[in-house]
Design a protein around this ligand. Structure first.
Ligand code: GFB
Length: 316
């Protein structure tokens, strides 16, 4: 159940310029399919009529819904309306238009923050909606939970083969390195790099450094998404994680070591810690034969190289 061939198909990667979307486009290069994309100037994904017109005109066979408004803990905590509204509109428009114009298979991408703040670890898919969410990102979480439910609803009401994947904290090429809106990994890479260049004596780490986070390189996530598109068809979402987590302080030390910054790590306790831990079980995905292939330190080194090669563009 669930076998779907991508060979020869027309595949829309919504959010193709983002870190996840661009990794999926790279990974699809091995699938013999035609990848179609919609530029931001051409298609406002928050506008239903524009999305419907694009899907009607292009008629994709399959859709990777990797478009979203994303950000780290500070951005989520600061712009709740944007994170809730933008993500609800994007997912609702794309899922509805995909059904309306006969998309054969759609994969919706959520996030590990959908789970209750104190869910038993490692977190299994059935933990969804069993407890209160982490306040700093409940807005994004509610939007992503709604996306999972919408994909399930179309499967139950219309038989649509729409599935959902819940990745853990991702990092890698194409990441957002803006220090206010980014996630922890790119923020630390940039801060350590700039501190090294300036000859600073210290680097600022937000919070206590005690929360634990699981990380997965975005290319491993893209590989999992393509596998799920081809081999998974069920109304339950699937966790996509490495199965290993580290404390933020350990991560900071590793990033400083990779970057070559040897100063002190100081805490900015005015910033939130967020959820204490969100390690997921990826047993359901591993049962399909997937395993992560990029170790954390190697992935951090690759991300740092990407940042050095592209930071000029980032500064533009
Ligand atoms: O990655 P992050 O922003 O988001 O923060 P979450 C993870 C942890 O890193 C928090 C600490 O405990 C932060 O306090 N941290 C330390 C930093 N230094 C920094 C820094 O310079 N920048 C940032 N950003 N954090 C996100 C959700 O939660 O997880 C998103 O907000 C999404 O919606 C993502 O779900 C996967 O991991 O706490």
């Amino acid at each position: 159940m669930g076998a779907y061939a991508l060979e020869g198909k027309k595949v829309w990667v919504a959010g193709h310029r983002g870190m996840v979307g661009s990794a999926i486009v790279r990974r699809l290069g091995r699938e013999g399919c035609e990848v179609i994309t919609a530029s931001r100037s051409e298609v406002d994904l928050k506008d239903q009529a524009t999305v419907r017109a694009f899907v009607e005109r292009t008629r994709p066979n399959a859709v990777f819904l990797a478009a979203a408004k994303v950000g780290g803990i500070l951005a989520n905590d600061t712009y709740p309306a944007d994170f809730l509204y933008d993500n609800l509109m994007i997912e609702a428009n794309i899922i509805e238009a995909s059904h309306r114009f006969g998309v054969e298979k759609l994969l919706f991408l959520g996030s590990s923050c959908i789970y209750p703040k104190m869910a038993p670890q490692p977190i299994i898919e059935d933990s969804l909606l069993t407890g209160p969410l982490e306040p700093t990102n409940e807005w994004y979480a509610v939007a992503k939970i709604a996306g999972i439910k919408l994909a399930q609803a179309y499967r139950r009401q219309h038989g649509s083969d729409f599935i959902s994947a819940m990745p853990t904290n991702l990092y890698g090429p194409g990441d957002n390195f803006d220090l206010n809106s980014s996630h922890v990994m790119p923020a630390l890479i940039r801060k350590a790099h700039e501190a090294k260049l300036r000859g600073d004596k210290e680097i600022v780490m937000w919070g206590t450094g005690t929360p634990r986070r699981e990380f997965l390189h975005v290319d491993d996530c893209a590989d999992a998404c393509v596998l799920l598109m081809k081999a998974y068809s069920d109304d339950t979402h699937v966790n996509v994680g490495s199965g290993d987590d580290v404390t933020i302080l350990e991560l900071t030390r590793t990033v400083c070591d990779v970057v070559g910054f040897t100063g002190e790590i100081v805490h900015d306790l005015s910033k939130p810690d967020g959820t204490p831990r969100k390690l997921m079980s990826a047993d359901r995905l591993r049962a399909l034969g997937w395993a992560p292939s990029i170790p954390l330190r190697e992935g951090i080194s690759a991300s740092y190289r990407w940042f050095l090669e592209n930071q000029g563009a980032l500064r533009a």
